[in-house]
Design a protein around this ligand. Sequence first.
Ligand code: ISE
Length: 277
Amino acid sequence: MIDSDEIDAVIVTTIDPFHEQYVTKAIKAGKYVFCEKPLAPTPEACKRIVDAEISAGRQFVQVGFMRRYDPGYRQLKEAISTRKYGEPLLLHCAHRNPSVDKNWDNSSAVENSMVHEIDVLRWLLGENYVSAEVRYGKATSHAPEGLHDPQVMILTTQSGVRIDVESFVCNEQCYDIKCEVVCEDAIMNLPKPATIEVLANTVRGNMVDATWATRFVEAYNIEFQEWINACKEGHVDGPSAWDGYCCQVAAAAASKARDTQTIQPVVYDEMPLFYNK
Ligand code: ISE
């Protein structure tokens, strides 16, 4: 199918270990390819995709980090980039899911869930990480066997911004994403989605999202429309294969940090000029 003349562009949404073969095939066929996150499970596999793209001589790959398209994150990005409120110093984030599949294990919190923060916070701040650490909270009894939930990931960027991300994926309540940016002159928070206020059972409150599919529906729509528009214009301009590689380098460091309960350095290869936009 990838080779067919009737196929203009490819979307890869298979399970993670199969991404590499389809993405590489699409590059070789000279087709734009949108690949769901993560680009591939390991930094080495991501690097092979990067090398394939460089050999092909132009960018074909976009990685499905949809949070970069969320209007709230885009507002934060604008405020951070202009330094309207000074330098960002600390970020406090949370990634809470009501439940996860029974096959989740201890690594899934970083590799499947917090990879979103690893990418979107690097994009928000415009800088790479230098170290990663993952510590455990007191374990909930609601997690599947083999998953210690909640976990806290701590990332430090090149300029010294310190980030903490709570991952609580079996909270049994709702889907909740938090991103608080502490700057020199202000504290900024990711806006909460606008929802109806409900008065029921002696409580007044706002409806909350049950899953990521509704919380980020607008981001997904914008992401796909922008990708289609760019492909029609003959380029890709979203998260690149290099971003996908950088994300997996930090994820691998965080996973090692979790397994060894140590702080791990995050060391990237030098960025090829090819990706210097
Ligand atoms: C899922 O695969 C996603 O991509 C969601 O955005 C994330 O919140 C969830 O934790 C992942 O399992």
